[in-house]
Design a binder for this molecule. Structure first.
Ligand SMILES: C[S@@+](CC[C@H](N)C(=O)[O-])C[C@H]1O[C@@H](n2cnc3c(N)ncnc32)[C@H](O)[C@@H]1O
Length: 204
């Protein structure tokens, strides 16, 4: 059921209203940070829950010589990404099985996918192993920090299936021991959008 809903969205994803307000500004912010703040040379980049590969596509366009891997558990999403990003490596994998990946990366990104993971701590432990010692983990998600956020996200949940949107406090608690927060940025294109947090994390 969880995968099936994402297979359903794979063909319709580019038409979602959240593209303009949330998904597009998130990926632009993520790529801006990578370009402006870090100099990894020929960067290795892993996108977890890559969906139809829009972030991968932007990284490919804007960052020279990036070596890119995308992971998603939805076959429909992964096929859509493969079509757009032929030179990237793609793995059909549940984020809870990241132990199957042996390489380490300069940048690991996870945008708008984390709330759907059942065992979030397990995923965070695995991501810690996948990030090089000087590497970065960039994660973005809708974060339920107040009553308004909770109301909006309970409506969104009707279209995605089970999800838990950690508040800032809950998220900081989850990453304890694995990552330190280097920055947190809120994406707010319109006043009616819930809190969308983007964290840049360094390994501890
Ligand atoms: C809202 S989309 C985000 C896609 C993309 N990262 C973006 O920002 O546009 C959520 C994605 O997470 C994937 N996903 C959800 N749970 C997952 C899991 N346990 N393992 C791997 N991928 C998962 C879904 O298949 C879907 O492609």
């Amino acid at each position: 059921m969880k995968k099936a809903i994402w297979d359903f969205w794979a063909k319709r994803y580019h038409r979602l209203w959240v593209q303009k307000e949330s998904l597009k500004p998130t990926r632009e912010y993520v790529v801006d940070i990578i370009q402006q703040e870090f100099n990894f040379g020929s960067m290795s980049f892993l996108d977890i829950g890559c969906g139809p590969g829009e972030l991968i596509n932007l990284v490919k366009e804007r960052i020279e010589n990036a070596r890119i891997t995308g992971v998603d558990f939805s076959r429909g999403m992964l096929e859509a990404s493969k079509k757009k990003n032929k030179e990237a490596r793609h793995l059909l994998l549940d984020a809870e099985n990241l132990s199957e990946i042996k390489e380490k990366y300069d940048v690991v990104a996870c945008t708008h996918s984390f709330p759907y993971y059942r065992d979030k701590i397990k995923v965070l432990n695995e991501i810690n192993r996948l990030v090089k010692s000087e590497g970065k983990f960039i994660i973005a998600f809708a974060s339920a920090n107040n009553l308004y956020d909770k109301m909006v996200m309970s409506l969104v949940k009707l279209t995605t299936g089970p999800a838990q949107y950690p508040s800032d406090e809950e998220f900081r608690d989850m990453i304890k021991g694995n990552f330190a927060v280097e920055s947190r940025h809120i994406i707010r294109e319109s006043f009616y959008m819930p809190t969308i947090s983007v964290y840049v994390l360094g390994r501890i």
